[in-house]
Design a protein around this ligand. Structure first.
Ligand SMILES: *[C@@H]1O[C@H](CO)[C@@H](O)[C@H](O)[C@H]1NC(C)=O
Ligand SMILES: *[C@@H]1O[C@H](CO)[C@@H](O)[C@H](O)[C@H]1NC(C)=O
Length: 481
C-alpha cells in the first residue's frame, strides 16, 4: 500500500523532473482516443498522428504557465511539505468481544463488530483513541509544543476552553490580516427530540474565533445567537443551524454569512443569510429560503477570483448537489442553478481552486457516522464535475474509508504556499455533540489520479487531491510572514 502511494508522492518533485513526469502522463492520453488500437488503415494512422501532434502542441502551450510555479526557486518550506507527504500508518486493532450487561444487550442488541460501531459506541475500549481526553488537549497557553496540530484531540482557545466551531469555515480578513473561524457553537446537552430523531443540540448560535497563526484561537463570542422565545423564528433554539460560512463582499463592505437552516425533523431544508459590518459580528439575521425552489441541506459558499460567489448545496433529498451564483451583494442567489454529481448522494461539500481548476471534497450521507470522502474536479464551477476517488492517504484502510473518522467541512488555502491547503473536518461525537473534535490535515494537489474517471472528457487530466494522515503535524516555521 505504501508503495502505490509512494509513486503518487514522487510526482511532487522539484523543477524539470516534474515536467517530464507530466509529459509522460499526458502523452498517454491519445491512446484513449483509440488511435492505432486496431486501426489498420494508414490514412487513419496519419490522421491520428496529426491529432496526436496537435494535442501535443496544445499540451506544450499549456505547460509553461501550468508549471511556472514549480520552476520558481523552491520555497524553503518544500522540505517540510515533503515530510508531510510521508505516509503515517495507524495500527488500531478491534478489541476482543466484551461481556455485555443484559441492559446493554437490551439497549443495543448487536455487539459492535466494525470499527464504525466501536467509534459510535460510547463504552468502546477504543474510545480514547478516537476521543482523547482533556489531559492531551492542544493548549496554546502551553508554549512548549506550539503550533502542532493533533487531529482528534481537544483543542483549547486562549481562555482554556474547548473551541466550539463545528461544521465550520474560515475567512481570511484582508483588512486585519486575521483568520476568523466560524462554526456551530454546540456547548449544550445532546438529546433526541423524539424516538426516531437524530442526536441534536439546541441552537446556541454561531461561534467565532480569531487567529493570526491558525493555531492560537481567541474566542470572539457568539456572533449570531439563537432566538430564545420567538417560536416561529428560524433561529429558535428548537430548530437547526448548521455549517455557517462567511464571505466578505468588497462592494457592500459587509461580511455575509450563509448557513443551513432547518426544523427538528430536517423537513424545512432552507438556507439562511446574515450580515455584519465586522468579521467578529454581531451578525444580523436576514431570512431563509429554498434556493431556486429546491430543498437545501448541507451547503457551502465559495468566492471565486473574480469576486463572484456561489452557493453549493445538497438537494433532491441529498441525491445531488446544486451550484449557482450569488447576487452581487451576496445576500441572495441569482436565478441560475446547475445540478451536479447527480445520483451520487454527497454532502458536506468543501470547495477550493488551484491553478484554474475547481476542486471539491464531499462525504457520503450516513448521518453522524463517518464514511469515505471523495474528491471532485471541474474546469468550471458550474460543472460538469468529475469524481476522482478517495483523497485520503495514510492511517490504515479503515482510517481512509472513514475520512480519518471525520467529515469534510472546509478547505483553507494558505496564501504564499500554492498547492497546499488545510483540510478541515469534524469528528462528530453523536453521544455528546459538544465534544465533537476537529481533524485538520495537510491537503495537496499534484500527481495523477488513481482511479478511472466517470467520463472521458479528454483534456485535461486532473491532478490528484491528497489528504495526508498525521497524528501530529504543523505548518512550516514562519509560513505566514
Ligand atoms: C511540555 O510541558 C509539560 C508541562 O509543562 C510537560 O509535561 C511536557 O512533557 C512538555 N512536553 C515536551 C514535549 O517537552
Ligand atoms: C417531527 O416528527 C415527529 C415524529 O414524526 C412529529 O411528532 C413532530 O410533530 C415533527 N415536528 C415537526 C416540527 O415537524
Amino acid at each position: 500500500m505504501s508503495a502505490s502511494y509512494g509513486s503518487a508522492s514522487a510526482r511532487l518533485m522539484p523543477g524539470s523532473e516534474q515536467i517530464k513526469v507530466e509529459m509522460r502522463n499526458k502523452y498517454k492520453k491519445p491512446t484513449t482516443l483509440h488511435c492505432g488500437a486496431g486501426s489498420g488503415y494508414s490514412l487513419s494512422v496519419a490522421a491520428c498522428s496529426v491529432i496526436a501532434l496537435f494535442l501535443l502542441l496544445q499540451l506544450y502551450s499549456h505547460l509553461p504557465q501550468k508549471d511556472a510555479l514549480s520552476l520558481e526557486p523552491r520555497l524553503p518550506t518544500s522540505n517540510h511539505f515533503r515530510e508531510l507527504e510521508e505516509v503515517e500508518e495507524e495500527n488500531i486493532q478491534m478489541p476482543p468481544p466484551r461481556k455485555r450487561s443484559p441492559r446493554a444487550v437490551k439497549r443495543k442488541p448487536k455487539r459492535p463488530t466494525t470499527f464504525i460501531d466501536e467509534f459510535l459506541d460510547e463504552t468502546s475500549q477504543l474510545r480514547r483513541i478516537f476521543f482523547p481526553d482533556m489531559k492531551t488537549a492542544i493548549d496554546p497557553n502551553k508554549g512548549n509544543d506550539s503550533f502542532y496540530y493533533y487531529p482528534g484531540r481537544i483543542w483549547l482557545d486562549t481562555d482554556g476552553n474547548p473551541i466550539q466551531a463545528h461544521g465550520g469555515g474560515i475567512l481570511f480578513d484582508e483588512k486585519s490580516r486575521t483568520y476568523y473561524w466560524y462554526g456551530e457553537y454546540k456547548d449544550g446537552p445532546t438529546y433526541h427530540a423524539h424516538k426516531k430523531a437524530a442526536a441534536r443540540v439546541d441552537i446556541i448560535g454561531v461561534g467565532c474565533y480569531s487567529s493570526k497563526d491558525l493555531w492560537t484561537w481567541k474566542n470572539e463570542g457568539i456572533v449570531l445567537a439563537a432566538e430564545e422565545n420567538d417560536e416561529i423564528h428560524d433561529l429558535h433554539k428548537a430548530n437547526v443551524l448548521e455549517r455557517p460560512k462567511v464571505l466578505y463582499n468588497e462592494k457592500t463592505r459587509k461580511y455575509v454569512m450563509w448557513m443551513h437552516i432547518d426544523n427538528v425533523n430536517y423537513t424545512k431544508a432552507h438556507v439562511g443569510v446574515a450580515i455584519s459590518d465586522s468579521p467578529a459580528g454581531p451578525f444580523k439575521y436576514l431570512y431563509s429560503k429554498s434556493p431556486h425552489g429546491f430543498d437545501s441541506r448541507d451547503m457551502t459558499i465559495f468566492k471565486d477570483d473574480d469576486g463572484v460567489a456561489y452557493l453549493i448545496y445538497s438537494s433532491i433529498d441529498n441525491s445531488e448537489l446544486h451550484v449557482g451564483p450569488l447576487t452581487e451583494d451576496y445576500i441572495d442567489v441569482k436565478n441560475v442553478v446547475r445540478p451536479i454529481l447527480i445520483g451520487q448522494h454527497r454532502e458536506a461539500p468543501a470547495l477550493f481552486k488551484h491553478q484554474g481548476t475547481y476542486y471539491m471534497i464531499t462525504s457520503g450521507c450516513s448521518g453522524w457516522a463517518p464514511n469515505a470522502a471523495m474528491a471532485h474536479a471541474s474546469e468550471s464551477i458550474m460543472g460538469p464535475w468529475e469524481t476522482m476517488g478517495n483523497p485520503c492517504i495514510g492511517g490504515n484502510k479503515i482510517f481512509r474509508e472513514t475520512t480519518f473518522f471525520s467529515q469534510s467541512t472546509f478547505v483553507l488555502p494558505l496564501p504564499g504556499l500554492p498547492g497546499y491547503f488545510i483540510f478541515m473536518a469534524d469528528r462528530w461525537n453523536p453521544a455528546d455533540l459538544r465534544d465533537s473534535r476537529y481533524v485538520w490535515l495537510p491537503l495537496m494537489v499534484g500527481g495523477p489520479v488513481d482511479r478511472p474517471l466517470d467520463y472521458d472528457f479528454g483534456f485535461p487530466l486532473w491532478s490528484r487531491v491528497s489528504i495526508y494522515w498525521h497524528k501530529k503535524w504543523r505548518l512550516p516555521y514562519r509560513w505566514n510572514e
